[in-house]
Ligand binder design. Sequence first.
Ligand code: ADP
Ligand code: MG
Length: 695
Amino acid sequence: MRPDILNPLFAEITALSGIGPRFAKLFETLLDGGKVADLCWHLPYGLIDRRYAPSLAGAEPGRIATVTLRVLSHQPGRTPRQPYRVLCADDSGEIELIFFHARESYLRKQLPEGETRVVSGRIETFGGRLQMTHPDHIVPLAEAESVKTVEPVYRLTSGLTLKTVSKAIGLALKRAPELPEWLDPAHAAREAWPPWRQALLRAHAPECEADLLPETPQRQRLAYDELLANQLALSLVRLNQRRIKGRSIRGDGRLVDKARAALSFTLTASQQAAWQDIAEDMATESRMMRLLQGDVGSGKTVVALLAMLRAVESGAQAAMMAPTEILARQHYQTVQPLAAAAGLDCVLLTGRDKGKARAALLERLASGDAPLVIGTHALFQDDVAFKDLALAVVDEQHRFGVHQRMTLAGKGRGVDFLVMTATPIPRTLLLTSYGDMDVSRLTEKPAGRKPIDTRVLPLDRLSEVIEGVGRAIREGAKVYWVCPLVAESEVSDLAAVEDRHRELAGHFGEAEVGLVHGRLKGPAKDNVMESFRAGPLKVLVATTVIEVGVDVPEASVMVIEHAERFGLAQLHQLRGRIGRGAAKSSCLLLYQTPLGETARARLKAIRESEDGFKIAEEDLRLRGAGELLGTRQSGLPEFRLADLAVHGELLATARDDARLVLERDPELTGKRGQALRVLLYLFERDEGVRYLRSG
Ligand code: ADP
Ligand code: MG
């Protein structure tokens, strides 16, 4: 249960005066949430300083100023198109206040002739005279001090003005309670971090530009709180997972050795090291939670297969799950022959298996007759049961959720987990979502990989590119032609690839140019892929569906249109589809001019390096963590207050802090422990609390 003290922060924003359902909707869009707390997290990015209070004679045009004026006369426009003018003065000069689409009665009430008003806005000159168009504030003299301040500026959305947003945030901050201190007092003192509420208020009350920087004590504190909540929740999950009894999986090596003997290559040093890590994890009594990280084609599947065979050696079953049908089939093709070499049968279960065939497959899993299975989401279904599942391998975990991991765990006893990801997640980010896992990295490229020649060209050289592709085809190359997902609408994206497909088919012939995209149904998609891999297709026009793990060694050319729209990590993954065969490969990145600063740096990074981890670090530097990989689809947590590009170092401290706290007070019952519970709820990481016995 959420502690009562947080209730004011978790009230709907419609509870604030002046915010009805219509505004609430707009706020929801702006804040990505509808709670008072979401308003609190909406920190200012700029400020307006209204402390400049010159006399009119000394006023610098162009500046925001707060001036004290006598209202001389109203001059309504003669036609509705003309502005309404109010002539005002102080002892040193005159100024005109200008209003468009004005309501006379309203202005006469605000600015009665003969009275004095304090007016704030941008002062400008027009034809040698001072003007202020639509002042931001007009108040009586008595309220002057309420105007001569520094106003924070917030990101807005259409339909919401700064005034409305500022007012709502002001009301939200009023509701923010004092919370018990969850930081280690010595740590907070060392960093000179203010208490939570004070930090929040200060972050919303910048006095100068420097106060807006992420390095201020108040912003650091808020960021740290968020990271600490994240790390604490992960540590709790980890503790809990270790608490569930694991099992010791040992084998005599009879299957592993056979499969290794059947490989046409020897394992790389890092494959060997990863396999050793895994075998040791499996042998211990606790559950394995290991991430196997390796660039596209670095040989993760082969390592995973050895782990699966180890599970079978001990008399149990193993499952491997892939995020897409194509990938599941591909893994199956890698694994099946090696399993067969070890004398085992491996089965494939996907959403396409229906009726009797599916029932037969399920029966084989339930009876233990099938020791190895590779599948898609279909494996999560309730009616899928195992005789004795001991190992689950999950490929491209970032496309699955943590709770799905849990679902699989429920299908066996003390299930060991091996998660494979081809996304070269930088170390800082690893901590945020895989902080609960141990990590093995495959660092070498598999034998036989050749460097890829990467070039960056403007889109208006398309016809040259098409000619070049023609030459490559005549020399026997296969070509990927990737069109981006624009996200404007699925329909227009589809239209874009279809247009390109038609154009290329016109050049090279219908029979040689294929098309795959996300809307294509399973069998149709597989047909096209197969026809590209082994059939007559020479050019495959595709959306990013080919991003994940398709293996066509003859493909040696990749063209990526609108490369500036892709993330670095994504470009890297796409490019990894080529350079797999004997031929020299080239990748052409076509961009739309003009190219922005960051996009230019990104394309440069991808042209200059093929090291996925390096590219990922660069991506983090260039884009900030929020955008990296497209956070949402990656499953990496989104932070509201922490910016990992800046607050990255805080993360390691937060992790150590969380671990230490849980060592001392594993149930979070002490004074600091209780406060930390509040923190978990504050950042809605309360899934962690569920694992506490007295939660
Ligand atoms: P990943 O799963 O990391 O994308 P795979 O395990 O599918 O990579 O391996 C990609 C290709 O490289 C496969 O054809 C595989 O047989 C081959 N391969 C794997 N390890 C090695 C190695 N050590 N030497 C040579 N080829 C390898
Ligand atoms: Mg174990």
